[in-house]
Structures are given as structure tokens and as C-alpha cells.
Design a protein around this ligand. Structure first.
Ligand SMILES: [Zn+2]
Length: 173
């Protein structure tokens, strides 16, 4: 009886968090970024054998910083898992090209005042959103594939040639 109770918990957690995600079978999770504004690139293993790697997360925070002000912010690890999942589903080893990662409140307010496409209370301010494109994969495929993960919000911006992905509520535009 007690044995059953001990084993039931972890199984349920496992089922809820990793069902149907291709990253569930990995022993390490990696990402590759190319920041179009700064020209910086980063290839890194950010998760290994159950743990997020602190120094890799710091490297990711740097490459995804607000390039206008230089400010950094912790990037949501769930967003990294979502991006890792996305690269696997797209079957690509290409770097994700970063149009926008973290935005300081000041930068977001500036962009909001110049564009209808920038929300006043953007998840970029919380390190929970990125705007990306992927070499060799069409924008519509990127959008549809991101939608299929159901990991948060996904926005399609063909005029600017990027897809927005965040870890907020599941929604689409
Ligand atoms: Zn965005």
C-alpha cells in the first residue's frame, strides 16, 4: 500500500509535464542562438541529467539581453524547453535567429509607442518571450509547429519576418 503511494506521485508528475514532448527522452538539452542585433552567437547545453546548468543559463541571459540598454534578465527555463522542443520538431540544427529577447520596461515602452504590434505589458519584460526566425524553415511552418506544442502564446508577424513565442497562456495571433 505505502509502496504504491510512493510510486504513484512521480509517475503522475512525469505524465503531466512531459507527455508528447520530444525533449522528454533527452539526457541533455541544447540550444543555439544567433542575435541579429549584436551578431553574437551561442551554442550551449543548458540542461543535463535533470538539472538546469547555471553557467549556461547565464550565457543565454547575456545573448538574449536587451541590446538597446544592455540590461539582462533571467530567461524563463520553460521558454528554453519550448525552444528546444521547437528545434527538434523542426528537425533543424540551425541557430534560432533572435529579433527580440528580453526587453527592459523602458525599451518596451519605446517600442510600444512606435508599433501596434508591441503590447504595453509584454511578456518580453519578464524574460518569458522571444521573437525568432529559423534559417531554412518557412515562417508559416515555424508558426504552425510552435502552435502544435501548446506551450503558451504564439504570434505570426510575416511583415517583420518573425514568430513570437512565449510561456504565457496558450493563445494565438
Ligand atoms: Zn514578441
Amino acid at each position: 500500500m505505502s509502496g504504491l503511494a510512493i510510486w504513484a506521485g512521480p509517475k503522475l508528475v512525469e505524465a503531466a509535464s512531459t507527455t508528447s514532448s520530444p525533449i522528454s527522452g533527452l539526457t541533455e538539452r541544447s540550444l543555439a542562438f544567433y542575435n541579429l542585433h549584436t551578431g553574437e552567437s551561442l551554442k550551449t547545453v543548458y540542461w543535463q541529467a535533470g538539472d538546469y546548468l547555471r553557467s549556461s543559463l547565464a550565457d543565454i541571459n547575456r545573448v538574449l539581453r536587451d541590446h538597446r540598454t544592455g540590461e539582462k534578465h533571467d530567461i524563463d527555463p520553460r521558454l528554453l524547453d519550448l525552444l528546444c522542443d521547437l528545434r527538434l520538431r523542426l528537425d533543424t540544427k540551425e541557430s534560432l535567429q533572435i529579433i527580440s529577447g528580453y526587453r527592459s520596461p523602458k525599451t518596451n515602452a519605446l517600442l510600444h509607442s512606435h508599433s501596434n504590434g508591441v503590447a504595453e505589458r509584454s511578456l518580453h519584460i519578464d524574460g518569458k518571450a522571444v521573437d525568432i526566425r529559423v534559417p531554412g524553415r518557412s515562417l508559416s511552418l515555424l508558426w504552425k509547429t510552435a502552435l502544435s506544442i501548446k506551450g503558451g502564446g504564439v504570434g505570426y508577424y510575416p511583415a517583420s519576418d518573425f514568430v513570437h513565442v512565449d510561456t504565457g497562456r496558450v493563445r494565438r495571433w
